[in-house]
Write a protein that binds this ligand. Sequence first.
Ligand code: AMP
Length: 333
Amino acid sequence: MKETVVSGIRPTGKLHLGNYFGAIASFIRMQNDYNCFFFIADIHSLTTHPVPKDLHSSVKQVLAEYIALGLDPNKCTLFVQSDVPQVTELYTYMNMNAYKGELERSVTFKEKVKSQPDNVNAGLLTYPVLMAADILIHRAQKVPVGKDQKQHLEMTRQFGNRFNRMYNVDYFPEPEAFSYNEELVKVPGLTGGGKMSKSNSEADAIFIADSQETNQKKIMRAKTDSGPIEKNQNKPQEIQNLFDLMKLVCSKKIIDQYENDYNNCEIKYGELKKALAIDMEIFLKPHREKISEILQNYKLIAEVAEIGAEKAKASANKTISEVREIIGFRKFY
Ligand code: AMP
């Protein structure tokens, strides 16, 4: 039997190149080999109080992008978290043995307390419990996580094990962190930082759905230096970032040519950026066109969401009825 994988993404707008190469590209391969549940974490996103119209359009955008980029509803279960309310029932049960002290020690919680001191709500504190419920509801064995999420996964294991001990059962498997690639891909941003992210400035990320002009402009404005002064010198971070981005979309021949130019102090950054922008567009164009086609096909999006919700609910219902039995909620009729 195939092992179960669960992974969620928050609906915070358009997907960027980092999301694609760091997560979605491996999901596309994973869906052939595992029993995959991929969901859009719209309940999690309520901690930041989105207005209803924005929430709906963000969920629609991410769902359309997932479909367009290659997640296949016939191969995986692609669903919207709030369509499967069983997860909130499990979250309630898990909250009964998640303790204030351990939740307050979560690194992400501490960061949020600093970044949004006026909105330290209970949902934020119990975010790792909802995340645990997302994973445990499908009794997943594997969870693709980045480094920043390792602590949350550790808490999931703790909550699952605690439940098993409390009721003297061997019910929830221990989910393990999972990387489909040998090496985790880290996509750099355009503003010289380490990692492309939508929480950095707008200029940092290349969004897959954005127009050619927008992305070309961003690439042409990417941070560079005044050029190498010694042959074969090490590259500063912002220049290494451009070469790393080239590795994602350009041929080896083109990369070798600019490596040579750099090593011989003959590099013209404007030309390198033009070459990067051309190959980026060759890569992005079919994806962008597919995203826009699917975004206009509301019926298809609705169908995919419905099929996903049915499959996820079937799996979640089985867990919830077994958990209710274990807890001692038994029917009188
Ligand atoms: P986020 O919406 O920023 O939480 O990103 C969702 C997922 O996309 C992350 O858990 C990573 O797997 C992946 N991701 C985001 N940014 C990058 C990046 N710059 N490089 C590689 N992977 C990334």
